[in-house]
Design a binder for this molecule. Structure first.
Ligand SMILES: [Zn+2]
Length: 151
């Protein structure tokens, strides 16, 4: 376990709610910091060390507003990067229907459509780690589409 980035932490409780602009959580294994937008998950694969960390093991660092702004700026640039070098195939936004719920659909930007196709393909191939990575990308970048298509 690495040295933590700051000395003040709270534990994440079962009923923790995310802030409107996301909440910064820190991996207890590698200190990677991540902004998440809701807490309706049990565990997440840490993008830093690839360990699966239970929600209640993640830490909530108490950051100054300067520190927080820095973390947010870094993540803003990083967070929409496509996982595993995925290629964007579409040039225009794509309308995607929920295959299980007729009448539910969303319009996805080309990058989100690429991730969505990858999730569905990974499900078929039983590549569940990739599915999780894709779902995580959606929860962060397209929370509304996530609720409609993937939740
Ligand atoms: Zn980690």
């Amino acid at each position: 376990m690495k040295q933590s980035k700051c000395s003040l932490y709270q534990k994440i409780t079962k009923y923790k709610k995310a802030g409107k602009n996301g909440t910064i959580i820190e991996c207890p294994e590698c200190t990677h910091q991540e902004i998440i937008y809701h807490f309706s998950w049990h565990a997440l694969v840490c993008p830093g060390c690839k360990a699966t960390i239970e929600k209640t093991d993640y830490l909530l660092p108490k950051l100054s507003s300067d520190q927080e702004a820095k973390v947010r700026a870094t993540h803003e640039a990083e967070r929409r990067k496509l996982p595993k070098g995925l290629k964007i195939l579409d040039k225009e936004p794509v309308k995607v229907k929920n295959p299980y719920m007729p009448g539910k659909w969303v319009v996805l930007q080309p990058d989100a459509a690429a991730v969505y196709d990858w999730i569905k393909g990974s499900e078929v191939l039983e590549q569940y780690e990739d599915v999780q990575i894709g779902l995580h990308w959606f929860r962060i970048n397209e929370p509304e589409a996530y609720m409609i298509l993937l939740d």
